[in-house]
Design a protein around this ligand. Structure first.
Ligand SMILES: *Cc1c(COP(=O)(O)O)cnc(C)c1O
Length: 420
């Protein structure tokens, strides 16, 4: 079931203060989720969540997560800069990327961040760009299919990430020569999975491998990084994965393999942390009836790409009409000249009128962040619904001037940006 923790009132009041569309995030909700995760892993003396910045790269949100004890998982130079600007440093940061520019290694090392190597060739790149640290993380790709029981959870054999097993062994030997004392192992084998067995199965894979490689190479196995991948209930019929049960499942694996402790656990959840505590709020501006009934909104796929890109389901409610019967069928669209610009297709909803406020649920991760400027449309503002029950604009909406800011020759651009 999507998250209905905020009453319509909260969205209606926000829309009186700020022009639509905007993403609204619930500060208390973010804190609650961070606390639930930390509690689920509190049995581990060395646990930390490294929030995946790419999911919701807003400084206000990152600072809230810092207050809740989280670190950050960064995937680019810009995200490292953002992390530093928000007060994160050293071991509070992990750089995890793929085919990245070598300078990003140097930047991560200068910050004292953990580096998660994606490929065996990255060892030489890191050696010459920032140097090899004492403790390093390696990303593992077991290949084939990743299954729990007879359920296929993912297809690592088709994924671009990570080292093969033989590369891990060779890589650790090279890294030992270069001076490492300890290593962590990372893998991301299944995305948006609500199966409570995923993390425990992944923990088993990484920890048994880590134990074996540590013995073989004479190195210390420092941590397992379970990365992201825990899913959320986008659809009304979806159950919410129980994070306490997930933590418990990982604990059982841990205590079996490392009864004396001494190994850390890291997670890099993005979607699970903030997905359900963000909503895209948009106004109905148009209706047309042809072969179907189309409701046009002032938001579009540039504000939320997941439905267009993945055919993803996002629950939609009409403010003030939650209790009315869903006796109409609509396609809810944006304005892009692109027929996949639909937030919902043949969705049953109460009767919608122009001017109604729509709330699109579960946009708090991979929502604003995946925005783009197709059709000259611009990204929306982000609003924080604070613990005190107030509203804070934590990112203004883009304007046409932002769109023209990277252009030199457009006369309209000169006028708009004031450049000569
Ligand atoms: C995207 C990503 C995450 C977060 O994934 P979610 O599905 O949002 O949990 C974590 N770690 C890495 C390396 C990623 O690329």
């Amino acid at each position: 079931m999507p998250n209905f923790s905020l009453p319509d009132e909260v969205f209606l009041r926000a829309a009186e203060q700020f022009p639509t569309p905007f993403h609204l995030y619930d500060e208390q909700g973010i804190r609650n989720r961070a606390r639930a995760l930390n509690k689920a892993f509190s049995w581990c003396g060395d646990f930390r969540e490294y929030f995946a910045v790419k999911a919701l790269p807003n400084p206000a949100v990152l600072r809230i997560l810092k207050e809740e004890g989280c670190g950050l998982d960064c995937s680019s130079a810009t995200e490292l800069t953002l992390a530093e600007a928000c007060g994160f440093s050293g071991e509070e940061i992990i750089l995890s990327a793929n085919a990245m520019p070598p300078e990003e290694f140097s930047q991560a090392r200068a910050l004292g961040a953990y580096v998660n190597l994606d490929d065996i060739s990255d060892i030489e790149t890191l050696r010459t760009h920032g140097g090899i640290p004492e403790c390093i993380c390696l990303r593992y790709n077991p290949g084939g299919q990743f299954s729990i029981g007879n359920m296929i959870m993912g297809n690592p054999g088709e994924a671009k990430y990570g080292f093969t097993l033989s590369q891990l062994k060779e890589g650790l030997s090279v890294l030992k020569e270069l001076g490492i004392k300890a290593f962590g192992l990372h893998a991301f084998l299944s995305s948006n999975t609500r199966d409570e067995g995923y993390y425990p199965a992944l923990a088993e894979t990484l920890m048994s491998l880590g134990k074996e490689l540590a013995a073989e190479k004479g190195l210390r196995f420092a941590f397992a990084d379970l990365s992201g991948g825990i899913g959320i209930p986008y659809r009304p019929e979806d159950p919410e994965p129980d994070v306490a049960a997930i933590g418990e499942g990982v604990r059982r694996v841990y205590e079996k393999l490392f009864p004396q402790g001494g190994v850390g656990i890291k997670t890099e959840l993005g979607r699970w942390m903030t997905g359900p505590v963000g909503w895209l709020v948009t106004r109905v501006v148009h209706e047309k009836k042809i072969y179907r009934d189309y409701i046009g909104t002032d938001a579009s796929a540039v504000n939320l790409m997941r439905p267009a890109m993945y055919g993803a389901y996002h629950h939609i409610t009409v403010c003030g009409k939650r209790d009315l019967p869903a006796d109409h069928v609509y396609d809810i669209t944006g304005s892009l000249c692109e027929n996949n610009d639909k937030f919902a297709i043949e969705r049953k909803l109460p009767e919608i009128r122009i001017g109604d406020l729509l709330v699109i649920h579960d946009t708090g991760a991979h929502g604003w962040a995946m925005g783009y400027n197709y059709n000259g449309r611009t990204r929306s503002a982000e609003i924080l619904y604070t613990r005190e029950g107030g509203y804070r604009m934590i990112r203004r909406a883009e304007t046409a001037a932002d769109y023209f800011a990277t252009l030199d020759i457009d006369p309209a651009g000169e006028k708009l940006t004031g450049r000569k």
